[in-house]
Structure formats: C-alpha cells, structure tokens
Design a protein. Structure first.
Length: 359
C-alpha cells in the first residue's frame, strides 16, 4: 500500500482564486505565474486548470516553457529570466515563446540571432529591485534596439516590486514613478503588478498583471490572511498517524530531546517530515489538525516524521488523518511559525509527495 502522505491539489480553488484576480484587475490581461512547478502544485495541472481563465503563463526558464508547450499550452508563455544562452533564442522562436529581455547581453544575442520572423518580447526596467532589468537611464536605448527586432510584434514594458507585500513604506509609488519616467510615454503595453500589488494597488494593474502566490490561495500580504481576501488554499498536505504512545512526565521527545513532557503525555507520530517538505525549523507548538482537532508539534521535525502532543485528545489513534496545511492550519501560519514564507514551503514540496489532483 502507498504511504498515505499526499498533497491534494484543489483545482476548483485555483480557479476560484483566478476569478479573484479577474475581479480585482478587471481591465488587465492575466499572466499566471506557474514557475517552480506551479509553486509546487504541478505546472501542467495548473496550466490545464487555468487555460480558459488566464491570458498567458509566466515561467522562469526554457525547460519550464517547454514543459508547457509539450503539455499543449497554446497561449503566450513568458520566460521571466529571458534567454540564458544565445542558442535559446531560435528555440524560443520555434516554440513561439515570449522572452523577457532583462540585460544588454540578451539584447545582443537577440540582434545576432537574425530571426526570420519577429519574436514577442517584454523589456524589464530596473526601478529599484536591483535584480534584473535595464537601468532607467538605459531604457530608451534598449527599447529602440528592441523595437528594431520586434518589427511590429507585441512589446511589453515591465518592472517588479521589491516590497509590495508591506503595508507601509513599500516603495511602490517611487518604483511606479521611476517606471513611468523611464517608459517615457512609449506606446507599449505595461506590466508591473504581482499578487500583493493586484490586491492593494489598483494604480499598478496596467495592461498585464502577473499573479503567482494568490492563485495558490496564500496571502502575499504581510498584514492580512488569505481568507480575508476570499482566497482559498490550493493544496492540502496530509499524512496519517502511524504510532501513539504514552510518555511520562520529564521524558523527552525526538532528536536531542527538544520537547519535555511537563505532565503524563500522549504523543502521536505522523508520517511526514522535512523530506516531505515540512519545514525543519518548525518550533514546538506549531499546529497540526488531526481529525479536525488541533494538536501541537512536540520535538524536532525528523526527515520522515513529526511528533505531536495529543494529550488533550485521547480518541486520536493510529490511522487518524493529520492535515499539515490546507484550510486549517494555513501554509502561511506554518511558514510564520517556521520563520519562512509560504512561497518557499510550496515551491519546495518534493516529488516524493504524490500530488492528488481533485476538482
Ligand atoms: C517577475 C515576477 N513577476 C511576478 C511574480 C509573482 O509574484 P507573486 O507570487 O508574489 O504574485 C514573480 C514571483 O516571484 C516574479 O518574479
């Protein structure tokens, strides 16, 4: 029998969340971010789920773009990091991919490729993230050169926010001002908004929005839970209780005995650990729901197992189902407890955990 540790992918919730994007940004086209294997949900599952709702898919790199084309995706596929070598350009042209041109060397590769037909391109402006993109001062020249290559095919100007998730001092206004000045009224479509900006900053929506995390039902905002924005979790990660034991007062549980029983305790062992994507740094007290009851992590996370204090729930026994994240607890709660972000947890879900796709 298969190990009953699984991630259920709730495609109905992905569609629901995409509708929230449409509601928030009704006049923008939607480029769904499905990089990192659809934030861990399965790139083809997500692209099939969203095919009739969104206008295109954004990936990081060529292998992800090809996975989409191989799966039969016919909509625009944008490579956010652009080509990583000159020989990716003819391949991109052959597969009708859209390249984000971020750097001078990418522009040179494109010029030298002498493609017989123009390729749709986005041009990124670095407005403060200082990760990728042309400087505001270099944008006019980069755009002129890209226009020559585009020869009438679609061009989009874009940028990326560094801190749109923060409630104050997020620098979005300054980045937008810098973007508008660098774009200089060029007659092209624009794209600036990630999930946080879609939810909070209507002035950033422009022609294309680029949602990622909100499609998967997480909250991209530092100060609001996903449910408050009517977003629904797209993954339910669950496992089973495989052992229950009594532990006397004073005994310790798990590696290096991090947790100590302060009273006669019952400990349930659940078959999921950091080798399954559960964050190793989750502290004692991190919640898990077993058959709907809240139990708390007791002891260090092992590779394949966690241990939980179920003293308050004597009815919990071997075979009970433990939800590690989903509707409750949310992946954002677990991430906060483990001092990370839900993005990292979802994108890091290993293939070892089978994905069970349900509507
Ligand atoms: C360039 C770019 N656009 C959009 C996104 C989507 O961001 P989010 O998942 O916060 O919506 C990302 C994610 O990292 C990105 O790198």
């Amino acid at each position: 029998m298969a190990r009953p540790t699984q991630a259920r992918i709730l495609t109905g919730n992905i569609r629901h969340n995409a509708q929230r994007v449409r509601e928030r940004a009704p006049n923008s086209r939607v480029m769904a971010c499905v990089k990192a294997d659809g934030y861990g949900h399965g790139i083809t599952t997500v692209s099939e789920t969203l095919h009739d709702i969104v206008d295109g898919f954004a990936v990081a790199c060529m292998s992800e773009a090809l996975a989409l084309r191989d799966a039969g995706v016919s909509k625009p596929v944008l490579m956010l990091e652009g080509p990583q070598s000159a020989d990716e350009i003819p391949e991109a042209a052959q597969k009708n991919l859209t390249l984000c041109i971020n750097e001078w060397h990418q522009l040179e590769w494109l010029e030298k490729a002498r493609l017989s037909a123009p390729l749709p391109c986005w041009l990124k402006i670095d407005t403060g993230m200082h990760r990728l993109g042309f400087s505001p001062q270099g944008t006019a020249e980069a755009l002129q050169r890209l226009e020559r290559q585009a020869r009438g095919s679609e061009l989009v100007l874009c940028t990326h926010f560094s801190s749109a998730d923060l409630p104050t001092d997020n620098g979005v206004e300054q980045q937008l001002q810098c973007f508008d000045e660098a774009a200089g009224g060029a007659p092209y479509a624009q794209s600036t908004a990630n999930s946080a900006a879609i939810l909070k900053i209507p002035g950033s929506h422009r022609d294309w929005v680029r949602p990622g995390y909100m499609l998967y039902g997480g909250s991209p905002l530092a100060d609001a839970a996903a449910a408050e924005m009517n977003l629904k979790p797209a993954m339910e990660f669950s496992a089973e209780v495989i052992s229950v034991r009594d532990v006397p007062t004073g005994d310790r549980v798990g590696y290096r005995g991090r947790w100590e029983a302060k009273r006669p305790s019952r400990i349930a062992t659940v078959a999921a650990g950091y080798g399954d994507g559960y964050p190793r740094h989750a502290p004692d007290g991190t919640p898990v729901f077993i058959d709907g009851k809240r139990a708390l992590l007791a002891g260090r996370v092992s590779m394949d197992m966690i241990t939980l204090d179920v003293t308050e729930h004597p009815e919990i026994c071997v075979g009970a189902r433990a939800v590690l994240w989903g509707a409750e607890p949310t992946v954002d709660e677990i991430a906060t407890a483990a001092d990370t972000i839900g993005y990292e947890i979802l994108a890091g879900m290993p293939r070892r955990v089978p994905r069970l796709v349900t509507g």
